[in-house]
Design a protein around this ligand. Structure first.
Ligand code: FAD
Ligand code: NAD
Length: 471
């Protein structure tokens, strides 16, 4: 069967990029259809990404804290036990509540939702293989590709999501592995490595670069993060490349090589988490039938208004350029609909925050010190440690600092890097400041409630041009 009516907009993919675009389009009065094959809306983020990982991070932290951090708080606990099945259930409850919530929002905003796999027949028409069997096709005046990304596989190690896992397997292991090796010390490796380390696994992270957290993380902050994660029991092998793996035996063997040469080594593990990055997902989409191009890294090529070679087909989210982050996908979704409806839209790519939800959290926005140095941009630094913040002290949670980078002439904020409790919430303040072009003096002259962690933010700003009061 085919739907003869031409829609104003057809969206392929119901992840953050696709579902936000669909809701926004509905609000703007467009006739919109969203095609999603997963059987649930919300994409990677809600189903196997941001949300389930944060559920496990939160509850594993609570468990770990109850085990190791009640002394000195006047709390005596008895027999603390992990119920992994229960922890997974809590995760599933959060996920299903949220994905169903999106379905409700679709109905509320008049979005048509087709459960199936979409592929281009031609520039205007999309064939949908329905999940329930059969086929249909839809036509769109405008089309948005929002098909997201998938884990990059490690050559020679076949993913079974039980012993050799991606983040998806790491979100639903049935028991705590004795030895877990994580290939890649990026955000996924550190978040999921933290979860399983807290639950009792011996975790080793093997990272090719000399720092963890990826290149966006400020080197000073990254070193602190590594030190604190090590204190929690996570082992690191930096400057080390996994060259091959063999999962045929009882334990999995990994050959690793020092990135600078040196002698190779064999590591063994019960479970190996492959976390070496994600790649755009366009498999089976039939891009060629619409004459569309991908670049050498598989990203759909677009212009600054998200238009592909065919100007009525736009592309947003993980499947195209830019950081693979849910909030970046969401911004692009709104902007893309504004382009379609009004002819203009806007995303400020210089002001997209990043958060790593370990404990403590690491969060940053704007430029880091190594980037400023590389571009010969002059800057000055202001820092403030949480050990001098009254709220952090009352919470007995004082690891970390706020670091601000500012223009030496104008005090304009260039970047903010935080490691510490609630860094992921606090970074919103830096993001707003950066978006508005605030100076660190503007921030420091803004009254912050006492006692709050955010006072550390204010004092770091003060430290860029004067002295912090409490340190
Ligand atoms: P996706 O969410 O991947 O959605 C694409 C959707 O399209 C999928 O549901 C897919 O089934 C569907 N699809 C693909 N092809 C077709 C087709 N042909 N027909 C129909 N449907 C199709 N980001 C953050 O900002 N914060 C976090 O805390 C965070 N945590 C993460 C944790 C993990 C473990 C992972 C893996 C990722 C995390 N991310 C996080 C990244 C975030 O999930 C992605 O940036 C975000 O999901 C991108 O949204 P998207 O809509 O572009 O793609
Ligand atoms: P990543 O690119 O952040 O990190 C991968 C790491 O693996 C890099 O540091 C790289 O040097 C290393 N690596 C690659 N090959 C290697 C090898 N052979 N041996 C050793 N190390 C190797 O990718 P990721 O951590 O897989 O995350 C994927 C995407 O998901 C990222 O874009 C990330 O932003 C997103 N994500 C975001 C969040 C969040 O915002 N909190 C959480 C999870 C995932």
């Amino acid at each position: 069967a085919s739907q003869s009516e031409e829609k104003d907009l057809v969206i392929i993919g119901g992840g953050v990029a696709g579902y936000v675009a669909a809701i926004k389009a509905g609000q703007e009065g467009l006739k919109v259809t969203c095609i999603e094959k997963r059987g649930a809306l919300g994409g990677t983020c809600l189903n196997v990404g941001c949300i389930p990982s944060k559920s496990l991070l939160n509850n594993s932290h609570l468990y770990h804290q109850i085990l190791h951090d009640t002394k000195g708080r006047g709390i005596e606990v008895g027999d603390v036990k992990l119920n992994l099945e229960g922890m997974m259930k809590a995760k599933e409850t959060s996920v299903s509540g949220l994905t169903k919530g999106i379905e409700f929002l679709f109905k509320k905003n008049g979005v048509e939702y087709i459960k199936g796999t979409g592929s281009f027949i031609n520039e205007h028409e999309i064939k949908v293989a329905l999940n329930e069997g059969g086929e249909t096709s839809v036509k769109g005046k405008n089309i948005i590709i929002a098909t997201g990304s998938e884990a990059t596989p490690f050559p020679g190690l076949e993913i079974d999501e039980k012993r050799v896992i991606t983040s998806t397997g790491a979100l639903s292991l049935e028991k705590v592995p004795e030895k877990l090796i994580v290939i890649g010390g990026g955000i996924i490796g550190l978040e999921m490595g933290s979860v399983w380390s807290r639950l009792g696994a011996k975790v080793t992270v093997v990272e090719f670069l000399n720092q963890i957290g990826g290149p966006g993380m400020d080197t000073e902050i990254s070193k602190q993060a590594q030190k604190l994660l090590k204190k929690q029991g996570v082992e690191f092998k930096l400057g080390t490349k996994v060259v091959s793996g063999d999962a045929s035996g009882e334990t999995i063997k990994l050959e690793v090589d020092s990135a600078k040469g040196g002698k190779p080594e064999t590591l063994d593990a019960d479970v190996v988490l492959v976390a070496i990055g994600r790649r755009p997902y366009t498999s089976g989409l039939g891009l060629e039938n619409a004459g569309l191009e991908v670049d050498e890294r598989g990203r759909v090529v677009i212009d600054s208004e998200y238009r592909t070679k065919a100007s009525h087909i736009r592309c947003i989210g993980d499947v195209t350029f830019g950081p693979m982050l849910a909030h970046k996908a969401e911004e692009e979704a709104v902007a893309a609909i504004e382009y379609i409806k009004k002819g203009y839209g806007h995303v400020n790519y210089g002001v997209i925050p990043s958060v790593m939800y370990t404990h403590p959290e690491v969060a940053w926005v704007g430029q880091n010190e190594q980037e400023l140095k590389a571009q010969n941009i002059p800057y000055k630094v202001g820092t403030f440690p949480f050990s001098a913040n009254s709220r952090a002290k009352t919470n007995l949670d004082t690891d970390g600092l706020v670091k601000m980078l500012a223009d030496p002439e104008t005090d304009r904020l260039l970047g903010c890097h935080i490691i510490g409790p609630n860094a992921g919430e606090m970074i919103a303040e830096a993001t707003l400041a950066l978006e508005y072009g605030a100076s660190t003096e503007d921030i420091a002259r803004t009254c912050h409630a006492h006692p709050t962690l955010a006072e550390a933010f204010k004092e770091a700003a003060m430290a860029t041009y004067s002295k912090a009061i409490h340190f």
